[in-house]
Design a protein around this ligand. Structure first.
Ligand SMILES: [Zn+2]
Length: 388
């Protein structure tokens, strides 16, 4: 099957992040196994989602993991000119469909290159690692990376995450952590503002604390110029609370996200914030004993990627992609999760992130050609007896 044939099969599975991916993962499994390669599924607890991994080539240390996700973002509310779940060639050099670029294009390249991987005399193995629920917070990545490290007797060295990067090697990614904070105050007539605890007033204080925390980090010179912006950002994206102008709000909540540069630890920031919350609770207890601030995870934190320019994976990805320029990104991906398991990791894949997540998502046919070119170069590299 050509890469386009495979891509059109993959796009036809409308598997959104958060939903069961068994249809698409079983199709991939059967496709790989029809080439006599053994695959391993890693189901979630409920058994309606699964990641897949497999090895092509010898069971020796030093292989490369090719990682992709099988889920896509929703199309609801978007104005598509074509059926998003039918790969459409309009004759303009682009292939339209949800996931065509993010990131079934890369998965299709992996599968289309499989026969050549098998035929080649690989000295070092290539692994496929296909996950689910990436688009709802990279939920399956950590377990999949760990599963590969523990399942095989040998240890892979590298992981290439094929997120759309126009085939540019991406070596840095900010950490992302999304939280929700709930403030429980006491209701009353607005004139009694000093006798009650307004959940809104307190929520605003917490929000300002967070903004000031971000500014303090900047003032302290905690900057990493590889990223834009170069500092960790703290942002409140949703606030809710209150019922009327003359009623003191007893409930308020807000959602916030932390996007941290590798030198900042999101958990330390949250710990400091929690300490400030306990201070506020202490201070207002005599006015309202049940005053409480609770912060919960909205999404588990997605760890940053901080690959050094001197790491071998950088040279490898430069060689096989043909691109020398390194970049960083601000979106979440599984790359940091693979790096956390000890695999040198970089993001590099066909298609542009600009086309991801929007109506009329497409991948340039040229990008698929480049993606296949990268696979061929990888196969050649891995067939060298002195590949390291
Ligand atoms: Zn993606």
């Amino acid at each position: 099957m050509t890469v386009e044939n495979i891509l059109s099969k993959l796009v036809a599975f409308p598997v959104l992040g958060g939903e069961s991916n068994l249809t698409i993962i079983n199709w991939i499994k059967e496709h790989i196994e029809s080439h006599n390669i053994t695959t391993t599924l890693m189901p979630d607890e409920a058994g309606n989602k699964a990641s897949l991994h497999c090895r092509i080539g010898p069971a020796v240390d030093g292989g490369v993991i090719l990682s992709g996700h099988t889920d896509v973002v929703p199309v609801k509310g978007q104005e598509w000119d074509t059926n998003p779940f039918e790969l459409t060639d309009k004759g303009d050099g682009k292939l339209y469909g949800r996931g065509s670029c993010d990131m079934k294009g890369f998965v299709a390249c992996c599968l289309a290159a499989l026969p050549n991987m098998i035929k080649a005399d690989l000295k070092k193995p290539i692994y496929f690692a296909f996950s689910y629920d990436e688009e709802v917070g990279c939920l399956a990545g950590p377990e999949l990376a760990k599963g590969i490290r523990t399942f095989y007797s040998e240890t892979p060295k590298y992981a290439i995450i094929g997120e759309p990067s126009l085939m540019e090697p991406i070596v840095g990614q900010k950490g992302i952590y999304i939280l929700e904070t709930y403030v429980n105050g006491s209701a009353g007539h607005s004139s009694r503002i000093k006798q009650e605890v307004s959940a809104i007033h307190e929520a605003m204080r917490l929000i300002l604390w967070l903004e000031n925390k971000m500014n303090r980090l900047i003032e302290e010179g905690r900057l990493d110029e590889r990223f834009h912006p170069a500092h960790s950002s703290i942002h409140i994206g949703l606030v809710n609370g209150g019922i009327a102008p003359n009623v003191i709000a007893d409930k308020a909540h807000f959602y916030w996200d932390l996007r941290t540069i590798p030198m900042d630890n999101p958990f330390t920031i949250v710990k400091e914030f929690e300490a400030y919350c306990r201070e506020r609770e202490q201070e207002l207890h005599n006015i309202f004993p049940d005053f409480k601030i609770i912060t919960k995870e909205n999404h588990p934190s997605v760890i940053h990627l901080d690959t050094k320019e001197t790491d071998d994976v950088v040279d490898l990805v430069k060689r096989i992609s043909g691109n020398l320029k390194l970049s960083t990104v601000a979106y979440a991906a599984e790359a940091g999760q693979f790096a956390a398991e000890g695999f040198q990791s970089a993001i590099c894949g066909p298609g542009s992130i600009k086309q991801a997540h929007r109506a009329n998502e497409f991948i340039d046919k040229n990008e698929l050609v480049k993606g296949m070119g990268m696979m061929e170069k990888l196969i050649a590299e891995m067939s060298l007896s002195d590949f390291s």
